[in-house]
Design a protein around this ligand. Structure first.
Ligand code: NDP
Ligand code: MG
Length: 399
């Protein structure tokens, strides 16, 4: 008999060792009866996974890196099943014990598992934005009702909350806010001299390195516009990004009658994680400042993002408008560009220059399947590596 017999269906967290995975597991830790953890997956971080396994005692673990899986198996009880390889992500989410799959991994490896979990009727919380940017046209038709796919990215979670009980036809515009990152006020010559250490210091959020650099270039907001198009079924020209340095308002919806809904909270990923796990009920969270100060003293400022100083956002908006292969190319080229910047191979503004060059060198047709979209993204990675003059082997993955 399963050790979890009698408990509600469990949570599987893909990307358990990362920044979002940690926020999700914090919520599970606070409510173990409500959110039993049945499966955890990561890529290579054996020591963190071993610690999580000792704490949550899930019956299933997976490491997409086979060597890491072998090592992890030495550190956990023999009764814990350790799966290995990329296919193991799909196996974890399809376990009968998994009721709710949380996609908090970076990169694109979890796309097949995301598609399978939706097809099999699992509840899904999605933080990973690359999946929808690349495979949105094939993922979204699988979603059965607003409760099945829950956006964990904070801005999309905010918009999703604002849309509860509303009709899609009433929505005129969606606004995603951006903190503006660490270089909101820097001029172009100063942006040219930004170092990885400077770019890794985000003023508000503590996140993985890839998304932190994407936040500094505003590519993150561009990817989020693409993500929102798929999630909420709106064209690019009805989704706006606004810089809001206080990061208290995460998303807004403007309706046809002029009403607007804003979602405010302190910037903490445990909040959208709790919303996703508990929906439609609210979950008690400790340690979140709710007394945000009397409303009259709150400062809210909003400004248009400067596309000249942040060309990555302009490239992403253009990709959102043109569609086809552009979003997949954007994701692949950006991954290599950010990795090259972190290894000090290119300057900060070299990131949009490299992406633009890769976008300009693709002249084939639109992808017709998620597999084709992934193949185009992989082509964009190879093209970016070629432009950089590095061999695939010499390129050490930074993520
Ligand atoms: P991190 O770099 O902190 O963590 C990445 C996680 O993904 C790690 O657990 C890593 O495992 C795991 N992982 C990477 N590749 C694989 C793979 N092939 N198979 C299994 N697991 C894998 O990233 P973040 O938590 O910052 O971001 C995760 C995703 O969520 C990204 O798509 C990001 O854009 C999105 N997001 C992040 C937010 C944030 O606040 N951080 C907010 C909103 C969205 P290992 O440690 O073993 O390498
Ligand atoms: Mg976000």
């Amino acid at each position: 008999m399963s050790p979890l017999a009698g408990l509600p269906l469990g949570i599987a967290v893909i990307g358990a060792t990362g920044s979002v995975g940690t926020a999700v597991l914090d919520v599970c830790r606070a409510h173990p009866d409500r959110f039993p953890v049945v499966a955890l997956a990561a890529s290579r971080n054996v020591s963190r996974m071993a610690a999580l396994a000792a704490e949550f005692k899930p019956p299933f673990l997976a490491m997409s890196d086979p060597g890491a899986a072998r090592e992890l198996a030495l550190h956990v009880p023999a009764t814990t099943k350790v799966l290995s390889g990329l296919e193991s992500l799909e196996k974890l989410v399809l376990l009968p014990e998994t009721g709710h799959a949380v996609f908090a991994s970076s990169g694109t490896s979890a796309i097949p598992a995301l598609i399978s979990s939706l097809k099999c009727g699992k509840t899904v919380s999605l933080a990973n934005k690359e999946s929808l940017v690349i495979a949105g046209p094939w993922v979204m038709p699988l979603v059965q009702g607003r409760e099945q796919l829950r956006p964990l990215d904070s801005e999309h979670n905010a918009v999703w909350q604002c849309l509860a009980g509303e009709r899609k036809g009433s929505v005129r515009e969606i606004v995603l806010t951006a903190s503006g990152g660490p270089f909101r006020k820097l001029d172009l010559p100063s942006l040219e001299k930004v170092t990885p250490a400077m770019a890794l210091c985000h003023p508000i959020w503590n996140m993985g390195s890839k998304i932190t650099i994407d936040s500094a270039t505003l590519m993150n907001k561009g990817l989020e516009i693409l993500e929102a198009m798929h999630l909420f079924g709106l064209p690019a020209d009805r989704i706006r990004a606004l810089v809001h340095p206080q990061s208290l308002v995460h998303g807004m919806v403007r309706f046809c009658d002029g009403s607007m809904k804003w979602l405010l909270s302190s910037p903490n990923m445990r909040i959208p994680a709790a919303v996703c796990l508990g929906y439609p009920e609210r979950v008690e969270l400790e340690g979140i400042p709710t007394d945000l100060a009397p409303l009259e003293s709150l400062v809210f400022s909003f400004e248009e993002p400067d596309l000249r100083r942040f060309p990555c956002l302009a490239l992403a908006i253009e990709a959102a408008r043109s569609g086809g292969a552009a979003p997949a190319i954007l994701v692949g080229a950006d991954e290599i560009a950010v990795s090259a910047f972190l290894r000090e191979k290119i300057p900060f503004l070299g990131i949009p220059r490299l992406i633009e060059e890769v976008l300009a060198s693709f002249d084939e047709t639109s992808p017709q399947s998620p597999e084709e979209a992934i193949a185009i993204m992989e082509w964009a990675r190879r093209k970016a590596v070629e432009i950089l003059g590095e061999s695939d082997k010499s390129r050490r993955s930074t993520f």
